[in-house]
Design a binder for this molecule. Structure first.
Ligand code: FES
Ligand code: FE
Length: 470
């Protein structure tokens, strides 16, 4: 396990950060162990495995993982590595199967991870093989409002504690309806960028009027979307908050605005508005009036690599990221609305999305700059708004005075340091849950009138599993 290396990459007094964290292989290797080996990671959504024996192939950092639903409806996250020599036991993206058979020598595992069959168990192994100890390596799994998370760390806190008061904000998008959400996708692509560049960008609204100038003008001209300017951004009453590692931007306004933005245009705004008004009584019952009517979640990140909803920055070396783009829609929304949101989301942030193209170019160059020996002598400057954030009487977390701030980015890198310097979860601080969660919505997404289809979670893995290899 890890090394004794201690990190001090951000100077809290100046906001300067060491660029080597975006390109150094040894730091990246440590991240795989100390961040991706212990944090709760988004790996999928319950709607991707709705029926018993469904599975969906995903990743925890670089490690291939099968998200399966066993015959009892329980979810499992299983390392896709045969316990014999290490072959992958699942070679497809998704499907329905009671068992996974390794194509090297035929060891066969049940979809709950147990090793069920070994060719030649008597003849070749003389009945001496301890099959009970050779199940697929299993991570802990839990769900938040249908989004599936997993962790390799036995000592990790509960997912509820991990999300903490960030859930107060996240609920306003992901926990609105009794019927929950549905994941569409993913679209996958590779980006020549370090994974952290896209996470810290989730709280960067400073770049929007510059980087996205052309894209925003297209939207204003053809879709009737409001224009974007620096003046608007600097005068915006929107907020910027940080909770337990998670970066949040949000708006508190009594303007009765539909929550979805992707796909919104002059032509489609009627559909959005009708849906918003028709569902408001249910949303208000679930979230209480403040969160239902006023709080509007904007760009956000879930530590370490969840980006703007269920979109994942999967590290593939210090200079490369595999990006997975899902679209989450309310399961019971009208099909017309789902279609418009899906197309709008892809047009903005899909592989060929206008905004995504703008962003990737920035992240690529930020990453490339960190490979320069000369460039690395000069740290990044994240000093914007230093000393202008703190607790707020109405909102959870540390809240910046202004919408345009780098407070969340500074705190993201401080969180990164906390993970990288800790020997175990006992050394990683967690803010206590203090927010008032009005309404009936729960961690599992259930409202008073919701009848769950299948929300069972696997119990803790047996002692012989749950270890992260290496
Ligand atoms: Fe899987 Fe041999 S590597 S059965
Ligand atoms: Fe952007």
């Amino acid at each position: 396990m890890g090394t004794a290396r201690k990190y001090a990459v951000i100077d809290p007094g100046t906001g300067k950060i060491d660029r080597s964290i975006f390109s150094e292989q040894a730091i990246y290797d440590d991240e795989m162990e100390k961040i991706f080996g212990r944090a709760w990671l988004m790996i999928g959504h319950e709607s991707l495995v709705p029926a018993v024996d469904d599975f969906f192939h995903t990743y925890m950092g670089e490690d291939p993982v099968i998200l399966s639903r066993d015959g009892q409806g329980r979810l499992h996250a299983l390392l896709n590595m045969c316990r014999h020599r290490g072959n992958r036991v699942c070679r497809v993206d998704d499907g329905n199967a009671k068992r996974f058979t390794c194509t090297y020598h035929g060891w066969t595992y049940r979809n709950d991870g147990a090793l069920e069959y070994v060719p030649g168990e008597t003849e070749a192994y003389y009945d001496a093989l301890d099959k009970g100890s050779l199940g697929l390596i299993e991570a802990r799994v839990d769900t938040y409002a249908g989004i599936v998370f997993a962790t390799w760390a036995k000592d990790a806190p509960s997912l509820e504690a991990y999300l903490g008061d960030a859930r107060w904000y996240l609920d306003t998008v992901f926990n609105r309806r009794d019927g929950g959400m549905q994941a569409l996708g993913p679209i996958k692509w590779l980006e020549p960028a370090n994974w952290k560049t896209m996470v810290d960008n989730c709280s960067d609204n400073y770049h929007v009027p510059t980087s996205h100038l052309a894209s925003a003008r297209v939207q204003t001209r053809w879709l009737g979307r409001p224009p974007l300017s620096h003046e608007d951004q600097f005068a915006s009453p929107n907020k910027h908050a940080f909770v337990n590692g998670h970066g949040i931007t949000f708006r508190d306004a009594d303007d009765n605005t539909p929550r979805y933005v992707h796909g919104m245009s002059k032509e489609t705004s009627r559909v959005f508005r009708q849906y918003h008004e028709a569902t408001m009584p249910e949303v208000e019952r679930r979230l209480g009036p403040l969160r239902a009517r006023r709080v509007q979640l904007g760009n956000h990140s879930v530590f370490p690599n969840g980006i703007l909803g269920l979109r994942l920055a999967l590290p593939r070396g210090p200079l490369k990221t595999e990006f997975w783009h899902f679209v989450l829609v309310d399961r019971d929304a009208p099909e017309e609305l789902k279609r418009v949101i899906r197309i709008g989301s892809q047009a903005n942030n899909g592989a060929a999305g206008m905004f995504e193209q703008d962003d990737v170019d920035n992240w690529r160059q930020v990453t490339a700059a960190s490979t320069s020996r000369l460039g690395r002598r000069h740290p990044q400057d994240l000093s914007m708004g230093l000393g202008h954030a703190g607790p707020h009487p109405d909102y959870p977390g540390l809240v910046s005075e202004r919408y345009i701030s780098e407070n969340n980015q500074r705190l993201f890198y401080r969180r990164w340091e906390e993970f990288m310097n800790a020997e175990s979860w006992a050394q990683i601080p967690l803010d206590p849950i203090k927010a008032r969660f009005d309404g009936t919505a729960t961690m599992r997404g259930l409202g008073a009138m919701h009848k769950p289809a299948c929300v069972l979670i696997s119990s803790s893995p047996p002692d012989n599993r749950g270890e992260r290899p290496g």
